[in-house]
Design a protein around this ligand. Structure first.
Ligand code: GLU
Length: 489
């Protein structure tokens, strides 16, 4: 059974680029009925925070990613936090030292920095002379046993190539002479990324590593560590970076970048999941709107493109709208309720109200893309803030007065909710009796009901206010009769 892992560092909020890496792991393995591992890479003690880890789990779950093993669900290959796996790393470091694949480095941070400065402009692109590489191991061990601080570095073999096959990029190779001897364990005893990741991927029996292409040169170092440990490396798939429209790496400057921000703005998780899966991959036909189940079925890692993926906010909005429309009214009502409450509405979450809310939100999605925008638009149903100009304009015009008073008379006998078909009949009668038609007939009605020159279609607006007005919602939805009353003097 194939095993993959997603290995985020809890050093901040989840960036969409990382979420997309997690998703590709998830889709790939679910399609093959394999196992998805979540491993928390929290060895950077200064930047890793418990609350980031908590957010990370919440955000990934919100998006719809599921894992079979991880810090919250356990599994046979734990612990799933690197900070709890110290023993694994210590043993492996000793093995590498014994096999002459690693050595103690006594250089202080200041010395290394100075050396880097001194080597600028000289023929040493690494900025490091590896001066501890040839120290006598017996003497080094003695210094360490006497309490001298030392990091451990991996001895990168010289004068050769290191190659691996990448499922996205094909054959990749690096000259080993261009790779510094990486620190694998800091003097504090904390392992470094390139090392802990290898030890964990080996002991967690990972078959395939899917991650961002910013790790490509790390992979070369890691392959050398696998070799030194006499282990076969997993397969690799490096995903292209997610860029903004200007081809720079997607960052705050371009707009929202974290899952939390998209959630707060009212993107549906299904929409974001759908959109992220299209960054560098496509199902191969014209279909753009896909559910999670469809994505799992059709995802194919071999079809992932190696060119950079451009994050298109507009397309994401469009996909969000499409997913709003895919939901059942009551389900949408349920999901949308917190946004309405946040916008100041209060109501009981009963089936009748939730269905109306969902149905209305769907109609509103003809005009808006995000749940936060739709919640704002709901305020037009409960407010009648007509400008004095509009009220005066309607009163001063003989035709408008005629249309409105007849419409008002027509509906005042009827109980709410007045069906839209009745309104159509009444307006047809007004046209027959008065000869007023077209814009002259409909524009005053629109103004009198919405207070706006343009915007929402009356065939959308009228059912919303009529059906909403009989529900217990605070502030209450204002029906046609009450709106027209303002103008009918
Ligand atoms: N913790 C690393 C990161 O967040 C994981 C990279 C990997 O998947 O190996 O970039």
């Amino acid at each position: 059974m194939i095993r993959v892992r997603f290995a985020p560092s809890p050093t901040g909020f989840v960036h969409v680029g990382n979420a997309r890496t997690a998703l590709f792991n998830f889709f790939h393995v679910r399609g093959k009925k394999g196992v998805c591992v979540l491993r928390i890479e929290d060895t950077d003690v200064e930047r890793s925070k418990k609350e980031y880890e908590e957010n990370l789990l919440t955000d990934l779950k919100w998006l719809g990613i599921e894992w079979d093993e991880g810090p919250d669900v356990g599994g046979d290959f734990g612990p799933y936090r690197q900070s709890e796996r110290g023993e694994f790393y210590k043993q492996a470091v000793q093995r590498l030292i014994e096999k002459d694949n690693a050595y103690y480095c006594f250089c202080s941070r200041e010395e290394l920095e100075k050396e880097k400065q001194d080597l600028i402009g000289l023929d040493n692109p690494a900025g490091y002379t590896h001066r501890c590489r040839n120290l006598d191991m017996e003497k080094s061990r003695l210094r360490v046993s006497q309490g001298e601080e030392a990091a451990v570095r991996f001895k990168v073999p010289k004068n050769r190539q290191v190659s691996f096959r990448d499922m996205v990029r094909g054959d990749v190779s690096f000259e080993t002479n261009l790779l510094n001897d990486p620190v694998i364990m800091r003097s504090s005893g904390i392992p470094a990324y390139n090392f802990s990741v290898v030890i964990d991927d080996i002991s967690m029996k990972i078959d395939l590593v899917i991650r961002g292409e910013d790790h490509l040169s790390n992979t070369a170092r890691q392959v050398l560590i696998y070799e030194a440990l006499e282990q076969t490396p997993p397969e690799f798939a490096h995903l292209s970076m997610v860029m903004g429209a200007d081809n720079a790496k997607l960052s705050k400057r371009h707009g929202s970048t974290s899952l939390a921000q998209f959630r707060e703005q009212g993107y549906l998780p299904a929409a974001l999941l759908n959109y992220l899966s299209l960054l560098g991959w496509s199902p191969g036909d014209d279909k753009q709107v896909l559910t999670k189940e469809e994505l799992i079925k059709s995802f194919n890692l071999n079809k992932v493109s190696k060119s950079a993926a451009i994050f298109d906010y507009q397309k994401l909005k469009w996909i969000n709208r499409e997913h709003i429309r895919l939901l059942e009214d009551s389900t949408l009502g349920e999901i949308f309720s917190p946004f309405l409450e946040e916008a100041g509405f209060a109501f009981e979450r009963n089936p009748e109200i939730l269905t109306w809310i969902g149905k209305t939100a769907k109609v509103m999605s003809n005009y808006h893309y995000l749940l936060t925008e739709i919640a704002e638009a709901f305020k037009s149903l409960t407010k009648v803030d007509f400008s004095p100009d509009i009220i005066k304009g309607l009163r001063d015009s003989g035709t408008s007065r005629k249309v409105i008073s007849r419409l008002f008379a027509g509906i005042s006998r009827l109980d709410s909710p007045v069906a839209f078909s009745r309104i159509v009949e009444i307006t047809q009668k007004i046209r027959q009796k008065t000869g007023i038609k077209g814009k002259e007939l409909y524009h005053p009605i629109r103004l009198a009901l919405t207070g706006k020159e343009s915007g929402i279609e009356l065939s959308d607006f009228i059912p919303m206010i009529e059906e909403g007005s009989i529900l217990k919602i605070s502030p209450p939805v204002i029906n046609m009769k009450s709106r027209l009353e303002i103008h009918d003097h």
